[in-house]
Design a protein around this ligand. Structure first.
Ligand SMILES: Cc1cc2nc3c(=O)[nH]c(=O)nc-3n(C[C@H](O)[C@H](O)[C@H](O)COP(=O)(O)OP(=O)(O)OC[C@H]3O[C@@H](n4cnc5c(N)ncnc54)[C@H](O)[C@@H]3O)c2cc1C
Length: 446
């Protein structure tokens, strides 16, 4: 029996489902193909909403990172030992930590007004808010101290938005990918089916279908939303190999430490405080992004600091952007392997040194580093890969897709991935990616 979908989307992560929702809202029947199985109940909901993590937050990160399939975690730094994919209903949008700042490096894919509108829509899809942070004593007092520290650069400590909603007990329900559809009447027009797409079938400038293990699926319009690694990998596997594929790769070297906060910044012992989330955005010559929050930690604290009251803790995360340069790249091999070659430049390394220095200054200002939780760089490539299928204004070899996410040279092949982001962005990318997915969907549905 012929199927009646108007658009087929490959990948059920937040970007795939955001595009699906937008298309369905405009009347399209959408089929989403996802190769992974569910790891949460209901499928596609946030893994972190399980009760055990509310009782023991530090067990979350080790459990969540168990769903990362590292490409090769034994390789040296420039070959990105942290690069990983997640195959599951909802993609990495069921294990992410939900921080949702607006982007800091826009490019002219849309006017400023259109960007702002798209960000607003994406915030609605993901239920992004910064509610209740004014109730946090650490938010207020640490925020004031940070403002004193960064005043000369013109930066400011501001609340960091998060994707989630509070229940009546004040517990944060983290937005998972499926909540994007649940928040909309469009869900009835979207079907998610378990299937791995092995190849995009093309004829001239058109995609005619998608090849899966159980046969091919006809596809009037196609969006590949497989993440920043698997999306270009699928294009390459299908013989779609524009010059920019995998090149201009950027990602975030990410350092984290945990701080025992001095008592004067905290609520009195035994009285619970709302968890702080503070951001210091890039600006005034500073090119990295610093976050101070109490969320999740990868550390095993030791010695006298093995046990510290939660009210007295924060983490500092330093997020450093890497310049988009043509030679920094993912390499797709004919045997289906992907490897990386991303040598960091002096400018990239300079940002990392500056960000680490700032983290240590903040630690000294508000307390001291917890024993066993000193500044640690996460495996390189772990966080926020972008640029691998970048957008460009012209089909001049510097981009894979146009400013509507349509692959150059194809009429009905579109992308929705952070890989489209062509600029050096310092902040977490998902909100920008979801904004782009909406923009791409609008380009198809009109
Ligand atoms: C631990 C962690 C914390 C994070 N925290 C944050 C944060 O706080 N803020 C932020 O902005 N970002 C964060 N991120 C990043 C965020 O999760 C990603 O930006 C986001 O999930 C990307 O969405 P996506 O839809 O493009 O891809 P993904 O979420 O990777 O989903 C892609 C899906 O496509 C499927 N797929 C791929 N190829 C095929 C194929 N051939 N056939 C069928 N299916 C296929 C995959 O199985 C996968 O399920 C975090 C990531 C991790 C791992």
């Amino acid at each position: 029996m012929p199927e009646n979908h108007d658009v087929v989307i490959v990948g059920s992560g937040p970007l795939g489902l955001a595009a699906a929702r937008r298309l369905a809202e405009k009347g399209a029947q959408v089929l989403v193909l996802e190769q992974g199985n569910a790891i949460s109940d209901p499928p596609g909901s946030h893994f972190r909403n399980a009760e055990r993590f509310a009782n023991d937050r530090d067990s979350y990160l080790p459990a969540a990172t168990g769903f990362l399939e590292f490409i090769d975690d034994t390789v040296p730094r420039d070959a990105l030992p942290g690069a990983a994919v997640t195959r599951t209903v909802g993609g990495q949008g069921v294990i992410w930590t939900n921080l949702c700042p607006r982007g800091d490096a826009p490019w002219p894919a849309m006017s400023d007004e259109a960007w702002s509108e798209r960000y607003g829509q994406a915030e609605g899809y993901l239920h992004v808010q910064a509610d209740r942070l004014d109730r946090s004593i650490r938010q207020q007092r640490i925020g004031d101290a940070l403002n004193g520290l960064v005043e000369s650069s013109g930066r400011q400590a501001t609340p960091l938005p998060v994707a989630g909603r509070y229940d009546q007990d004040g517990l944060l329900h983290f937005t998972g990918s499926i909540d994007i559809l649940n928040g909309s009447s469009a869900g009835g027009k979207v079907t998610i089916r378990n299937a791995r797409v092995n190849r995009i079938i093309t004829e001239g400038h058109n995609v005619t279908g998608l090849e899966t293990e159980s046969g091919s699926i006809e596809a009037p319009q196609v969006i590949i939303a497989g993440g920043a690694i698997a999306t270009p990998q699928l294009l390459h596997r299908s013989g779609i190999r524009p010059k920019a594929l995998g090149r201009y790769l950027s990602y975030h070297p990410l350092a984290i430490c945990q701080i025992v906060v001095a008592p004067e910044f905290c609520r009195e012992s035994g009285v619970s405080d709302f968890e702080p989330r503070i951001q210091l955005r890039p600006g005034g010559g500073v090119e990295w992004y610093t976050i101070v929050l109490h969320d999740v930690s990868p550390f095993m604290p030791s010695g006298n600091d093995a046990r510290v009251e939660g009210n007295r803790l924060v983490e500092i995360q330093s997020i450093c952007p890497v310049d988009n340069e043509e030679h920094k790249r993912a390499i797709f091999h004919d045997d289906a392997r992907v490897t990386f070659d991303v040598p960091l430049s002096q400018a990239d390394l300079g940002r990392m040194a500056g960000a680490e220095k700032e983290a240590r200054n903040i630690a000294d200002l508000i307390g001291r580093i917890r024993e066993g939780c000193d500044v640690t760089w996460m495996p390189f490539g772990f966080a926020h890969m972008t640029g691998t299928t970048r957008m460009s204004a012209e089909d001049d070899g510097t981009g894979v897709a146009d400013y509507r996410g349509r692959v150059w040279g194809y009429d009905n092949l579109h992308l929705a991935t952070n890989g489209l982001i062509p600029t050096r962005m310092a902040v977490n990318p998902t909100l920008t990616g979801v904004s782009l997915a909406i923009h791409v969907a609008d380009g198809i549905a009109g």
